[in-house]
Design a protein around this ligand. Structure first.
Ligand SMILES: Nc1ncnc2c1ncn2[C@@H]1O[C@H](COP(=O)(O)OP(=O)(O)O)[C@@H](O)[C@H]1O
Ligand SMILES: [Mg+2]
Length: 258
């Protein structure tokens, strides 16, 4: 279970952002008082346009950056104060994960397994499952630099799952993937969910949220506009599909900004 309460994260604007806005000093509230709960055995989606705050929220949950305020709990672990315990329980995946070109999948899996303090027996067990899942087995001794881009991405995902985490956070799971690799990834996330894990994904693609997830939180300008199952969202917006519901919420939100 992941419980996020009143999460807020502000960034000082960088030079490029200041220039764009024509100001000398300023900050942006990337995530503004966000609360939601993702339960074990479900896929929870943060759905929002570019710049909505999805990656920032997920990076806070994954203990990669510190929130300004709010609480994040992974079961009974407080991410703010127990970062190491939190990291043992979860993994943060994106399709920008990079592995060193000079090593093989087999070597890197063992290497990261040992970094996590796992016994070789456990590493071997997890390796067998993940390499089978992502069809890495026959390429496991090939150096990363010699792999196809799809195989590289699948290997990076497998290596990051070496510790069989309870909580899987995936920022834009299908971004930049060819259709076959994207399918392997979404199928695997569905399996993780079935086995009782907590899966949180972010996406800007309606159909991904609609197809993959059990519950959806729509995030716009750092704030949660709505949170519920697809049918709850459709009911409460009186819309027939998620696309329409999203644009309705988006327009309402922009109106209040004016
Ligand atoms: N390190 C940073 N420094 C300054 N602004 C940032 C930083 N990271 C994100 N932002 C800003 O925060 C907002 C949310 O970004 P992000 O979380 O990446 O959104 P999303 O993942 O939904 O596209 C954007 O306006 C972005 O420009
Ligand atoms: Mg993002």
């Amino acid at each position: 279970m992941v419980k996020v309460t009143n999460l807020t994260k502000t960034f000082s604007l960088n030079r490029k952002q200041l220039k764009e806005k024509g100001i000398k000093k300023g900050a942006i509230i990337a995530v503004n008082n966000v609360s939601f709960e993702a339960k074990s055995g479900e896929i929870f989606a943060l759905l929002g346009p570019n710049g909505a705050g999805k990656t920032t929220a997920l990076r806070c949950i994954a203990a990669l950056i510190n929130a300004d305020s709010g609480n994040i709990f992974l079961d009974d672990i407080n991410v703010g104060t127990m970062k190491n315990e939190a990291r043992k329980k979860m993994c943060f995946l994106t399709n920008e994960l990079k592995l060193d070109d000079h090593f093989s999948a087999d070597y890197l899996f063992d290497f990261f397994g040992k970094l996590h303090g796992l016994a070789q027996e456990t590493i071997d067990e997890n390796k067998k499952i993940l390499f089978k899942e992502f069809d890495i087995e026959q390429f496991k001794h090939v150096k990363i630099g010699k792999m196809s881009s799809g195989m590289k991405q699948k290997t990076a995902i497998a290596v990051n799952l070496v510790h069989d985490p309870e909580i899987i956070i995936f920022d834009e799971p299908t971004n930049g993937l060819d259709v076959i690799t994207a399918r392997a990834v979404t199928d695997y996330l569905a399996k993780l969910k079935k086995s009782g894990k907590t899966v949180i994904v972010s996406t800007h693609i309606m159909s991904i949220a609609e197809k993959m997830s059990d519950r959806i939180a729509v995030i716009i300008d750092g704030e949660i506009a709505i949170n519920g199952t697809l049918s709850e969202i459709l009911d409460s917006t009186s819309c027939e599909n998620l696309d329409d519901a999203f644009f309705k919420l988006y327009k309402e939100r922009k109106k209040t900004d004016e």
